[in-house]
Write a protein that binds this ligand. Structure first.
Ligand code: KIV
Ligand code: NA
Length: 265
């Protein structure tokens, strides 16, 4: 299959074809999602919670994300792979941002990078795009600044709508090829989508956007914690695995496994 490229994102928006994305942190899931035709795979800093077991995304480092991103990029033959730039790897300015983006591009085989922030990240996005690296922007609720935002709070409500629109236009002007809108009311997401020429990718932004993105462990029912309201659980993989493990343990303990057909003469 031909590789999805940033121009396909542009074409999709122009033709009203929804774009699909999932997070992935390893080659097993990357292969499955790629074969199922998902357009882009985000190696999110949500690996902080879902792979490394941190309480937030804040502690995740570039050094931790690079091997995961490399595994996903190596496994995906069609999907566009996006490397998420973690907290502390771009905030000080465009030089630091470009340095981090270059590391991801050189060391992983990813096709684009993602970073959080609208107006505040304008210079960073511009510099990275100027070096020939596609940038997916991320505005609305931005988990790396959850302490500044005061928690997991829906963004773009009331007077926040003006800020969200400013952020959206800023990332487009800076050269981002797409923008993730996280946890914003559907009506404002629709407005952003209508005003922008680049595609909007919603995660908790309702149906009137150009594409959707979900954290795979949420959508597949892998986590035992609670999932956000906007997630539809398409599978209960945790229960499938739990039951399999429980059965395996029982079979070993009762001597049913291994059976003769699993044994060498
Ligand atoms: O890290 C992540 O999974 C993300 C998406 C939820 C947007 O940034
Ligand atoms: Na992220």
């Amino acid at each position: 299959p031909r590789r999805v490229r940033t121009r396909h994102f542009q074409n999709a928006k122009a033709n009203g074809i929804p774009i699909t994305g999932l997070t992935s942190y390893d080659q097993l899931t990357a292969r499955i999602f790629d074969q199922a035709g998902i357009d882009f795979l985000l190696v999110g800093d949500s690996a902080g919670n879902n792979v490394f077991g941190y309480d937030t995304t804040l502690p995740v480092t570039v050094d931790e994300l690079i091997p995961l991103t490399r595994a996903v990029a190596h496994a995906a033959s069609r999907a566009l792979v996006v490397a998420d730039m973690p907290f502390g790897s771009y905030e000080t300015g465009p030089d630091e941002a470009l340095h981090t983006a270059v590391r991801f591009m050189k060391e992983t085989g990813a096709h684009a990078v993602k970073l959080e922030g609208g107006v505040r990240s304008y210079k960073q996005i511009r510099r990275i795009v100027g070096a020939g690296i596609p940038v997916m922007a991320h505005i609305g609720f931005t988990p790396q600044s959850e302490h500044g935002l005061g928690g997991h709070i829906i963004q773009g409500r009331g007077s926040g709508a003006k800020q969200l629109l400013e952020d959206a236009h800023a990332v487009q002007d800076a050269g981002a090829f797409a923008v993730v809108l996280e946890m914003v009311p559907s009506a404002i997401a629709a407005k952003v989508t209508e005003q922008l020429s680049i595609p909007t990718i919603g995660v908790g932004a309702g149906p009137d956007v150009d594409g959707q993105l979900l954290v795979w462990t949420d959508f597949a029912g892998m986590s035992d914690g609670r999932v956000p309201k906007f997630v539809r659980q398409y599978a209960d993989v945790r229960t499938v695995l739990f039951d399999a493990v429980t059965q395996y343990r029982a079979d070993v303990e009762s001597g049913v496994y291994p059976a003769p057909e699993h044994s060498y003469d």
